[in-house]
Design a binder for this molecule. Sequence first.
Ligand code: SF4
Length: 327
Amino acid sequence: MAKPMLEVKDLKAHFFIEAGSVKAVDGISFTLERGETMGLAGESGCGKSTTAYAILQLMPYPGKVVEGEVILDGIDLVQRSPEEMRKIRWKEISICFQGAMNALNPVLRIGDQIMEAILLHEDISQDDARRKMEDMLETVGVDPTRADNYPHEFSGGMKQRAMIAMALVTEPKVIIADEPTTALDVTVEAQVLKLIQSLQKKYNLSVIMITHDLATIAEACDRVAIMYAGKIIEYADVVTIFKERLHPYTEGLIRSVPSLLGSDHLVSVPGSPPGLVFPPEGCRFHPRCPIASEVCLQKEPVFREIRKKHFIACHHAEQMWGKDVWK
Ligand code: SF4
């Protein structure tokens, strides 16, 4: 069997603050195949973006990857030096940051920012880099004559397209799209999503799509990992997640979005996610779970394969079959 493009094994990334360590990502594992789009979903603060930074070895201070492996095409990124990572980042794996507005440098022309990424990783002339940059802008639907504009002269949708151009111009194998359509209006959001999908097919890219928007996941992803309080609690193909999910949190999350299943099924998960310096003992979801039992309060559920390629961390997942635990 072919090796996955990216393999994340028991990855832990914590932030060290005065009160203790914030266990933002606390032992997550998943694989990403070549040409696959994996969605990473969950409420804000559940560790989605920290996962992206941990994979790229870009943890902001006072954060650190404390354990685990991130194997990209056979190479463990956690073991690379900062110098080695500078060569790997963008060239092998890149990111389209959340909020293009803040990610682009406001005092540099759009085209120059994209060229900078090319020249950093490729031994080519300024003229060739310019041509490549213009081709890429055209590919993402931005008129190359706008290359000399500054970010503030671009609309939100165009800025997001420019970010996508920057993430793709070095021809990486994996791209992480962190909330790529947040802050865009609905029409532009649909266009940007379509663009990512078409580029993914064109370049046979592996994509991690980080979003709190489950409609985006349903539309664009092959597989989905649901995160809660720093852990992946359910992981399966997109059809299983939307039709045969077995984790009470996944069920609540999907049913909290009226547009997905209709208002008859609407539920709201009570309470809010726990603090991650001292997360709850046992299952981190137990204070909010409608079927929590004694064992849930004491023992952390093992992340196990309940059916073929359907992984779950819940002591009572089997009880979810055909039951409405949120009634
Ligand atoms: Fe609920 Fe227990 Fe499953 Fe956690 S392990 S989701 S508390 S049933």
